[in-house]
Ligand binder design. Sequence first.
Ligand code: SDX
Length: 394
Amino acid sequence: EAGVLTYDPGFTSTASCKSAITFIDGEQGVLLYRGYPIQELATQSDYMEVCYLLLYGELPSTEEKAEFVNDIKRHTLLHDQLMHFFRGFTRAAHPMAIMVGVVGALSAFYHEDTDIYDPEQCMLAAYRIIAKMPTIGAYAYRYTIGRPFVYPRNDFSYAENLLYMTFSVPSEEYRPDPVLVKALDRILILHADHEQNASTSTVRLAGSSGANPFACISAGIASLWGPAHGGANEAVLKMLMEIGDKRRIPEYIARAKDKNDPFRLMGFGHRVYKNYDPRAAIMRETCHEVLEALGHEDDPLLELAMALEKIALQDEYFIERKLYPNVDFYTGIVLRAMGFPTRMFTVLFAIGRTVGWVAHWKEMISDPESKIGRPRQLYVGAPQRPFVPMEKRP
Ligand code: SDX
C-alpha cells in the first residue's frame, strides 16, 4: 500500500543495519528506491536522475539534475598515470580483475586529499567513483582486445558514453543507437541498488573501519564478481549456450534438483525474493524491445530462456521453494544482443551498482551511531588444550 511499509517485528531483530535507501518485500516482489517503485523509475526516469535520488533521497528539480549531470561529466577522465595500471595486466585478464585493481588504485590518486567525514569531500569522492566507472570498465575491455582507449565525450549521456568508449573505433564516427542507449540506461537503473546484498554489505563492512571509499568500492566489485551474485548474468549465458536446445531442458532441470550435482539453474532463485524479481520482469520486456529493434526477435537464446522459465515455473521443486527468475536471467541475452561480450556483463552490473554502493557507504559514514562492523561467530573448533612439544607428538 503506498506510503505504508510494514515490517515483520522479527525481521528487525535480524537486520544487519538500518537504511533509508532501498526497500524490498521479497514475498510480494516489491522493490522501492527511496520509496519509488522500480517499475516507474525504470520506465519514466533515467540513470542520472536515479543516481541523484539514491544519493540525496529525493528526485532532483530540473536545475539540480542539470548541475548533477554536469558535475558527474567533469570527473569521467582518468589520471594519465592510471593508464599504466591497465598495461600491467595480461591481455587475457578478465575485465573484472582489471576493474578491481584500477578502482582500488584510485586510492593512490585521490584518497590523500579526501577527508571522508567532510560532507563536501565525501560527495566529491562519490562523484569521482560514479563518473569514472564507465571509463574504467570500457578501458578494461578495450585493453583486453588491444583497441586504443577513447576519451569520454561531454556531449554524450552516461549510457551513450559507456557504449561509445566500449565500441567506437577511433578511425570512424560512432553514434550509439538510441534504442541501445535507452536499454542500457534502463539496465543501469535496474542494477543501481538492492539493499544489503553481498557486495553492498562488503562495501559497508569495509567502510565501517574508515577505509577510503575507493578501496571499499574495489572490495564491493570483488564480491559482486562471484557467480552466485553479480557473476550470475555471465553464468546464465554460459548455461543457456550449454543447454543449446529446448529438448535438453529436462536434463538440466533434473540436474538443478539433484543435491549431488553442484549445478544450479543460473538466474533462478534469490536470497530475498520468494516471488518474481520485479527487475526480471522489466528485463524480459527490455529483451523483447531490444531484440525486435535489432531485428533479432527470434533470437534462439531468448526462446530457450523463455521455454526454460516456463518449464521450471511448472515444476514442483521450483514452486515449493519459490524459485523464480531473478534480475540476471534475461540481462545477459540483452547485453549479448547489444554486442557486449559475456566477460563484460558483470562489469556492467558493477557500473550500475556503484551508485548504490556509494549511497550506502555515504549513509553509513554519516550515521553518528555507525560503528566498525564486527560480526561474531558460533565456535565449533577444538576445546582449550595444553601445547604438545614435538617429541611428545604421535
Ligand atoms: C543477485 O542479494 C541480492 O540482492 C543479489 C542481487 C542484487 O541485485 O544484488 O539480487 C543480484 O545476486 C541475484 C542472484 C544471482 N545468482 C544466481 O542466479 C545464481 C543461481 N541462484 C542460486 O545460486 C541461489 O538461488 C542463490 C544463491 C541466489 C540463493 O541461494 P539460497 O540462499 O540457497 O536460496 P534459498 O535458500 O532460497 O534456496 C532454497 C532451496 C535450496 O534447496 P533445499 O535446501 O531447500 O532443498 O532452493 C534451492 C536451494 O538449494 N535453490 C536452487 C536454486 N536456488 C536455490 N536449486 C536449483 N537452482 C537454483 N538456482
